[in-house]
Design a protein around this ligand. Structure first.
Ligand code: SF4
Length: 290
């Protein structure tokens, strides 16, 4: 039963999201079709958090990484414009990808969607890929582009592992789209929750695996959420490994059938803001039905 106070808060929250969207569509930079977006593909990411650190048969696991323009970020995201992607070198690269043009050759090279698909299909079968190290699934900030998202994820069906995360869990349409993406592509689309309660809500919706965040100084390695779900901290935050080494060749974030939450201790640039937003986030159910 939703109380009157909850309904009011829901209405306010929905109004805020829609106002942000309406303001954004006045901005000529907002994406209306996939052609408005740019991406970046690093076939062998040099991101230490991604590539394998442990050598097997003399080699480290190859993990490709992509970047999607900022226009893909859902306006409802609790930490939009304040996440780690807005701080440090990644912001420098993300800006070029968002603009579709480099101001400096040292920035990430933006490519259009068709080139991204060709590049992903050309990756060797032994490689893994993590989509959208910053940015989200192709979308316009309010609705994800289902057909293009599926095309992008399915291009990685031949790879050893593929995964991504999305904050497009702010409407029933987006949730249904994520459920279908998880059904039809091999890649795992993790729903990004803002805290334990949000994670419980997303798990109950059965749209895909769920990840969440906890405070930077939270010392727990595993726990049970208020909703009775098990959460485990990302192994790379507990020992010296990269995603390429995680889960013995089956990275936890690529396991769409897992029955536990992967939790990240908030870290990097934006920690203070993300922690505050995570703590303040409430009423996920009301938000998603708004
Ligand atoms: S749980 Fe594994 S795959 Fe996911 S971010 Fe951590 S190391 Fe990478």
């Amino acid at each position: 039963m939703i109380t009157a106070a909850a309904k009011l808060k829901r209405a306010q929250q929905t109004k805020t999201i829609r106002a942000a969207y309406d303001a954004a569509i006045l901005n000529p930079e907002v994406a209306t079709t996939i052609n408005d977006l740019s991406f970046h593909l690093a076939p062998k990411s040099d991101n230490d958090k991604l590539r394998g650190k442990v050598k097997k048969n003399g080699r480290r696991q190859q993990v490709a990484g992509t970047i999607s323009g900022r226009q893909t970020c859902p306006l409802s995201c609790a930490w939009i414009n304040k996440c780690y992607g807005k701080f440090g070198p990644i912001d420098y690269h993300w800006g070029a990808v968002t603009d579709g043009a480099r101001k400096n050759p040292s920035q990430a090279k933006p490519i259009k969607f068709d080139e991204l698909i060709t590049g992903i299909k050309a990756l060797p079968a032994s490689a893994m890929i993590r989509f959208s190290q910053v940015g989200d699934l192709p979308g316009d900030g309010r609705d994800l582009f289902y057909a293009e998202s599926l095309k992008m994820l399915a291009a990685a069906d031949h790879l050893a592992a593929a995964w991504t995360y999305t904050h497009y869990a702010d409407s029933l349409d987006n949730l249904r789209a994520v459920r279908r993406l998880n059904k039809f592509a091999k890649a795992a689309v993790n729903l990004s929750a803002n805290n334990d309660a949000d994670a419980d809500d997303l798990i109950a919706r059965k749209c895909g695996p769920v990840v969440s965040v906890v405070a930077a100084d939270d010392a727990r390695k595993t726990w049970i959420t208020p909703g009775g779900n098990r959460a485990v901290v990302c192994p790379a935050q507990l020992r010296e490994i990269g995603c390429g080494d995680c889960g013995n060749g089956r990275p936890l974030c690529a396991r769409k059938d897992r029955d536990y939450i992967v939790a990240f201790r908030i870290h990097g640039g934006g920690t203070k803001y993300v922690q505050a937003a995570s703590k303040a986030f409430q009423l996920p159910t009301a938000k998603r039905n708004g």
